[in-house]
Ligand binder design. Structure first.
Ligand code: AMP
Ligand code: TRP
Length: 335
């Protein structure tokens, strides 16, 4: 954007504080954020307003919000390099969301698979926020004129809506928003459940054996991998016929930076027992330093507070500029 004096391209992404983070969140999203922070002007948000589209215990929401910010920092995000903030601290997200919602077709929202899945779970009392959630996500992204949005595979459809709305606004009024692109990793974009490898690993799943949390301790991580569902074929091979093993190889590769071929070769002629033992150790060793740092930040809440306050200030400044441009274009009178 011409108005942006900073030459760097812009990134926006966020994670909902709706529970503790899994290695799916880490590999699909957060790990890439860290790699991108040197080259881009990054805004990374804890999207608490998204989280309340399903019922949240207020105390837990507060805890999870701070914990996720601590995980961001522990994973290597540097508040000197990027803007780390909490969504509800920056009112422009909800404000832009309203304007964009008036340009979003009901049919588009009806087709969103995440909404369909959540509503089919039969949770009853479906709320309007769950339905319009992708509009808020579009507002998050467009407010900063993000060029790139690093997310896992499951967010593709939501991202498409953000692109659509940017186009629609630009052509109805005049060029305002950058049309964002997704940044989806080749490997790790869809980490599967350890118990039902045909389903995505999710922090809201009922069975804790189906996911590994970033903050799980070593014994828990090893135990969960030991119990991971595999098959009776008995060969460590990356193939659709062996979805459990395929998922474990993906996780192994993402944490070790070894290629799939190297991993298959390493375990040639060996059973699943040894493979599971090793992957448990690898993942536990990789996550241990993150866990330690998270503990540090949770013990030093004043430091967290300073970081999210500064982040909110920076985000507010950038977002206010874009919001007032939008308000002007739609015909709202300036104060
Ligand atoms: P959420 O937990 O829904 O807020 O997701 C936060 C980020 O993690 C998004 O970019 C998701 O695409 C990503 N993510 C969530 N679950 C997985 C998974 N099982 N595999 C890969 N990425 C995931
Ligand atoms: N909807 C995303 C998820 O569930 C979280 C999210 C909200 C997000 N706003 C965003 C991701 C903006 C990227 C950019 O994972």
């Amino acid at each position: 954007m011409a108005e942006n004096m900073d030459e760097k391209k812009i990134i926006f992404s966020g994670i909902q504080p709706s529970g503790a983070l899994t290695i799916g969140n880490y590999l699909g999203s957060l790990k890439n954020w860290v790699e991108l922070q040197d080259e881009y002007n990054c805004y990374y948000c804890v999207v608490d307003q998204h989280a309340i589209t399903v019922p949240q215990e207020p105390k837990m929401l507060r805890k999870n919000t701070l914990e996720i910010l601590a995980v961001y920092l522990a994973a290597g995000l540097d508040p000197e390099k990027c803007t780390l903030f909490i969504q509800s601290h920056v009112p422009a997200h909800a404000q832009l969301s309203w304007v964009l919602s008036t340009m979003t077709y009901m049919g588009q929202l009806n087709r969103m698979t995440q909404f369909k899945e959540k509503s089919q779970k039969g949770e009853g009392n479906l709320n309007a926020g769950l339905f319009t959630y992708p509009v808020l996500m579009a507002a998050d992204i467009l407010l900063y004129n993000a060029d790139l949005v690093p997310v896992g595979e499951d967010q593709k459809q939501h991202l498409e809506l953000a692109r659509d709305l940017a186009d629609r606004f630009n052509s109805r009024y005049s060029d305002t928003f950058t049309v964002p692109d997704g940044y989806i990793p080749k490997l790790g974009a869809r980490i599967m459940s350890l118990q039902e490898p045909e389903k995505k690993m999710s922090k809201s799943a009922e069975d804790p054996n189906s996911y590994i949390l970033i903050l799980d301790d070593e014994a828990t991580i090893k135990r969960k991998f030991k119990r991971a569902v595999t098959d009776s074929i008995g060969i460590v091979k990356y193939t659709d016929e062996q979805p459990g093993i395929k998922n474990l190889i993906t996780i192994y590769s993402s944490f070790s930076n070894m290629s799939i071929e190297e991993i298959e070769k390493k375990y040639e002629g060996k059973g699943y027992g040894e493979f599971k033992e090793d992957i448990g150790q690898l993942v536990a060793d990789s996550l241990a330093p993150i866990r330690e740092k998270v503990e540090y930040y949770l013990d030093n809440k004043d430091e967290l507070e300073r970081i999210y306050r500064e982040g909110a200030q920076k985000a507010e400044k950038a977002s206010r500029r874009v919001l007032s441009k939008v308000y002007r274009k739609v015909g709202f009178i300036q104060r």
